[in-house]
Design a protein around this ligand. Structure first.
Ligand SMILES: Cc1ncc(COP(=O)(O)O)c(C=O)c1O
Length: 500
């Protein structure tokens, strides 16, 4: 596929506006003026449309195929959400709109706060954080403010994190200025209670835990874990990235957690592959409410307003009231499910267990248990027997038209394949995926070279992923392509390195 600069031909235009001679020429100081116009691509409109349309066909998304990326909850994004968020009253709202003119938006946020409090079994909500990771940092800042207020801030310096945790957990702990204490996982995939007991004392501020964990397993001792922390005067933080497994079934607040973040973009749908937009609201038990970010959305009679009057607040963590478009979509999603939200989680768990039951004949299962909404297999049997790694399996899956699962995470499972089907997939899709995974396991024994060189049928072959991520090429290197300066070079291989 050609780059847009390669399609460019001097003088071609999508549109030409008549020059308005009546407008004054702006005064631009000479030192700020360009010496020559920027080298922008020059194309007619049709060429531009074709170029970008072709680009979209090279992408992969939940709308084009099954996307079982573990821990990311890549579910269908209902189109009604997009209709609702595009209603002019929401879409055209300015962040500086006065409260009187934004009553509908404030009411939506107020109701969303209420619904999130009910779903998590806790008392007070801040919608501000823009992602799960920012929710984590906010939650830990709340912990600090809470203990500082009680005069225990200097003593309680440690936060315990499970060895299965998502990388953002230890990162947030460190960013919040806490000392990280790692706790092991036992043979059934629960937190190792003996290890935990040895690590919790009166210097402990709290625990960060995902439940179900990133292994897709619900911790069987969660009440005992909560007791250990609360008896030591600590708090429990719930990383809600896996809330899709338990909505309407069990609530973090009832399990004993004191602070929860919710990944709105996962559990309550949002087109989020590729980095956003996200929402990571924080929900807390009542004693932590005074420290929540401002403003809070409050109700006074039949009116709604923003309340900044929280003397103990940790301050703002994001502009205005948070990612409003995400709130509208999540609100629409939760309202359209209503009480059937429980069914959403039940089907997510059922789908995951169906896949697990079919795939365990070909891949190793590190923990002999039913799973929740996702599960982790290991390709170490394929590595041992045929030299085939989790990466090879993932790359080959792309040839079968599926997005690969999350691989090499959680870190405690070698050659991990972490699979999350979500509730929105049809049984036929789940079966096609299983057929492909089983076929790949067969290919590993019969034609391993096929897997080693995969993918074969995608626009891009196997890349050096580290280089692709760390050395992104975002600038066109004109000097290496003289044909764009009007000096065509015959047959030059333009599919090679094109930028710097
Ligand atoms: C278990 C877990 N915790 C936290 C996060 C961080 O959430 P976000 O990507 O919204 O920052 C993720 C993201 O994938 C996750 O899977």
């Amino acid at each position: 596929m050609k780059l847009i600069f390669e399609r460019s031909r001097e003088g071609r235009r999508a549109a030409r506006l008549p020059r308005n001679e009546d407008l004054p020429v702006p005064e631009v100081p000479s030192e700020l003026r360009r010496s020559r116009p920027p080298r922008l691509p020059e194309l007619p409109e049709l060429e531009i449309v074709r170029h970008f349309t072709e680009l979209t066909t090279r992408n992969f998304g939940i709308d084009t195929g099954f996307y079982p990326l573990g821990s990311c909850t890549m579910k269908y994004n209902p189109r009604v959400n997009e209709r609702v968020v595009a209603l002019p009253g929401f879409r055209d709202l300015h962040p500086h709109q006065g409260e009187d003119g934004a009553q509908g938006a404030l009411e939506l946020m107020y109701e969303l706060q209420d619904m999130l409090a009910e779903i998590t079994g806790l008392d007070a909500v801040s919608l501000q954080p823009a992602a799960g990771s920012q929710g984590e940092l906010t939650g830990l800042m709340l912990m600090r403010a809470f203990f500082a207020d009680r005069g225990e801030g200097d003593r309680r310096r440690k936060v315990v994190v499970a060895d299965t945790a998502h990388g953002t957990n230890p990162a947030s702990v460190t960013m919040a200025g806490y000392e990280l204490v790692k706790v092991d996982t036992d043979k059934r995939g629960n937190i190792d209670l003996d290890d935990l007991r040895a690590k919790v004392d009166d210097e402990t501020a709290g625990l960060m835990l995902t439940n179900p964990s990133t292994l897709g397993l619900f911790d069987e001792h969660i009440e005992e874990i909560a007791r250990i922390f609360h008896e030591a005067g600590g708090l429990l933080y719930y990383d809600g990235a896996n809330l899709n497994a338990v909505c309407g079934i069990s609530r973090p607040g009832d399990m004993g957690f004191d602070i929860v973040h919710i990944n709105l973009h996962k559990t309550f749908s949002q087109p989020h592959g590729g980095g956003g937009p996200g929402g990571g609201p924080i929900v807390v038990r009542e004693p932590l409410e005074p420290f929540l970010p401002v403003p809070a959305v409050v109700r006074e009679g039949s009116a709604f307003r923003l309340d900044y009057d929280r003397p103990k607040t940790i301050g703002k963590v994001r502009g205005f009231t948070g990612p409003f478009g995400v709130f509208v979509r999540s609100y629409a999603f939760i309202r359209s499910y209503g009480p059937a939200l429980r069914e959403m989680s039940e089907v997510a768990v059922l789908n995951a267990n169906y896949l697990l039951a079919r795939l365990r004949e070909a891949y190793e299962l590190p923990f002999e248990r039913l799973c929740m909404h996702e599960f982790v297999l290991s390709a170490r049997n394929l590595k041992r027997e045929h030299g085939i790694t989790a990466l090879d399996v993932a790359k080959r899956l792309m040839d079968y038209g599926f997005h690969p699962p999350t691989i090499y995470f959680p870190l405690i499972v070698p050659e991990a394949l972490m699979i999350e089907p979500t509730e929105t997939e049809a049984k036929e899709t789940l079966d096609d995926f299983c057929d492909a995974m089983l076929e790949i396991a067969r290919e590993a024994g019969e034609r391993p070279e096929l897997l080693k060189e995969a993918p074969h049928r995608r626009p891009v072959r196997r890349l050096d992923e580290v280089k692709a991520a760390k050395r992104a090429i975002v600038r066109y290197r004109f000097d290496d392509h003289p044909e764009l300066e009007g000096k065509p070079s015959e047959g030059e291989a333009l599919e090679a390195q094109k930028g710097a």
